[in-house]
Design a protein around this ligand. Structure first.
Ligand code: C5P
Length: 408
C-alpha cells in the first residue's frame, strides 16, 4: 500500500527542531501525501510559512479566526478530513496543553476536534523531557491512544547531551508509514495478542565505575526491539524497558529508558503487576561495582594494578519467574558460545521460566549486532523447536506466536 492521497496535517510548534519538519514535509510530499501544514505562532519564529507553503503546495494554516472561506470553522473541517495528525516538533508546552484539552490556537483546536490518529514527535531539552510533569503528560496521552514517536538521545541544541532530540525526519516518516499502512503483520499473526500486556527488556545495562567509566555488555537491542514491534503489531499493550542503544523505539510501545540493572529491575517489577507476559532479551550486566567512585579514578605510579570489587546485580528474569506477580508466560534468552542445550535447560529451571530462546553467539553471522538470528526454543514441557535463520523482525513474530500458544 502506498501513502498516495493520504490526508496528513503536519503541525509544527516552536522548537529548534522545527527546521527538520521541512524535511519531513518533503518526504511526505515525495510519497504523494496531501499535507496541510498548521503552524503555531512560536513555530514561525523558527521557520517561515513561505517555505512550507512552497513545499506543501497549499497555504499554511496559522490563525483560527482568519479564514473567512471556512466560515470560521476551519479547525473542524480540517480536522475531520485528516487521516493522521503529526506534530513535529511537539514542544513540552504543546504536549501539556493537549493533555489538558486546551485549544488556544489552531493546532491545539484541531487536535481536540479530530477523530484521526495523532502522532507526537517530542523535542525539548533533556531536563524538560525528564521532568515529571512532561513524563506524566506523555503517559496520559499514550494511554489515550496518541502515538509517541521519540524523542531520542544525543546532542542537543542547548549543548546538553541526553534524551530529548526529535527523531530524524526519515524515522518519523517510517513511523507514519507503519501507522497509516497498518502493521505489516503476517495474516496468521494478526491480533493474536489483543488485550494482552507484555513487558520486554532489551539492550545492555551500563554499570558506572566512576563518573566517566562503566562496565557493560555487547548488545544492539535489535532482537528485543523487533519483538516489541511485533507485539504492538499483534495487538499487545507493550512496555519496552531498554538500556542505551543506537536504534529508536518502535512506534506504539510504552518506552522506559534505563541505564543500570537495578533501574531495569525496578522498572520491570513496576510493569509486571498486571502483565500476561515477560520476555527478557536484555544483556543485563551480572555485576556492578560495589562502590562507585564519586570522582574520576586516576592512574599513578602507586596503582599499577587496580582492584575493583564487583557485586552481583539482581537477575531480573529469575526475580520475575519467582515473583508473586509472575505473569502467565515468562521467557528469556540464552546467548551461549557452547553447550547451548545444557545451559538453556538449566536456565529454564533456575529462573523458573516457561521458554528459553537459545542463541549460538559463536556464529558471527547471527546474534549481537546482526540483523539476522537463529533461535532454538527450549520449552518447559521439554519441546525443543528450531527457528531457522531469518531476520530478527520475522523471528519477533515467530517468538510471539509461540508465546501466544503458551498463553492459551
Ligand atoms: O543467566 P544469563 O545471563 O545467561 O541469562 C540470560 C537471560 O536472563 C536473558 O533473558 C537475560 O535478559 C536475563 N537476565 C536478567 N537479569 C540478569 C541476567 C540475565 O534478566 N541479571
Amino acid at each position: 500500500m502506498s501513502l498516495s492521497g493520504k490526508k496528513i496535517i503536519l503541525g509544527i510548534t516552536g522548537g529548534i527542531a522545527a527546521y527538520k519538519a521541512v524535511l519531513l514535509l518533503r518526504l511526505l510530499k515525495k510519497n504523494d501525501c496531501d499535507v496541510t501544514v498548521v503552524m503555531t505562532g512560536e513555530a514561525e519564529k523558527f521557520i517561515t510559512p513561505l517555505t512550507l507553503q512552497a513545499l506543501s503546495g497549499k497555504p499554511v494554516l496559522r490563525d483560527i479566526f482568519s479564514d473567512a472561506e471556512h466560515n470560521g470553522i476551519i479547525h473542524i473541517s480540517t480536522a475531520s478530513e485528516a487521516d493522521l495528525v503529526v506534530i513535529a516538533p511537539a514542544t513540552a508546552n504543546t504536549i501539556a496543553k493537549i493533555r489538558a484539552g486546551i485549544a488556544d490556537n489552531l493546532l491545539t483546536s484541531i487536535v481536540l476536534a479530530t477523530r484521526a490518529k495523532i502522532m507526537l514527535a517530542p523535542a525539548m531539552n533533556r531536563v524538560m523531557w525528564e521532568n515529571s510533569a512532561t513524563q506524566e503528560n506523555i503517559e496520559v496521552l499514550r494511554n489515550r491512544g496518541f502515538i509517541i514517536s521519540g524523542p531520542v538521545s544525543g546532542f542537543q541544541a542547548c549543548g546538553d547531551n541526553g534524551t530529548g532530540r526529535m527523531k530524524e525526519p526519515q524515522e518519523i516518516f517510517n513511523d507514519i508509514m507503519a501507522v497509516l499502512q497498518g502493521p505489516s503483520v503476517p495474516p496468521e499473526h494478526e491480533r493474536l495478542l489483543a488485550g494482552k500486556k507484555i513487558v520486554i527488556t532489551a539492550g545492555p545495562t551500563v554499570e558506572p565505575l566512576d563518573p566517566i567509566r562503566f562496565i557493560s555488555n555487547r548488545s544492539s537491542g535489535k532482537m528485543g526491539y523487533a519483538i516489541a514491534e511485533a507485539a504492538v503489531a499483534m495487538g499487545a499493550e507493550t512496555i519496552l524497558v531498554s538500556g542505551p542503544v543506537q536504534i529508536s523505539p518502535p512506534a506504539g510501545v510504552k518506552f522506559i529508558s534505563v541505564n543500570t540493572a537495578q533501574e531495569m529491575h525496578d522498572a520491570v517489577m513496576n510493569g509486571i503487576s498486571d502483565a500476561d507476559v515477560f520476555i527478557g532479551t536484555a544483556a543485563v550486566a551480572d555485576f556492578r561495582a560495589a562502590s562507585v567512585s564519586p570522582v574520576k579514578i586516576k592512574k599513578s605510579a602507586q596503582n599499577e594494578e587496580l582492584d575493583i570489587r564487583l557485586i552481583q546485580n539482581p537477575d531480573i528474569l529469575s526475580r520475575v519467574g519467582h515473583s508473586e506477580q509472575r505473569p502467565s508466560v515468562v521467557a528469556g534468552f540464552a546467548a551461549e558460545t557452547d553447550k547451548l542445550e545444557t545451559y538453556a535447560i538449566k536456565k529454564l529451571k533456575d529462573k523458573n521460566a516457561d521458554i528459553i530462546f537459545g542463541n549460538d553467539v559463536s556464529d558471527k553471522t547471527i546474534g549481537f549486532n546482526s540483523d539476522q538470528n537463529e533461535i532454538t526454543v527450549f520449552s518447559k514441557d521439554g519441546r525443543i523447536i528450531p527457528l531457522p535463520k531469518s531476520s530478527k523482525k520475522e523471528l519477533g513474530f515467530s517468538v510471539l506466536r509461540l508465546i501466544a500458544e503458551a498463553l492459551k
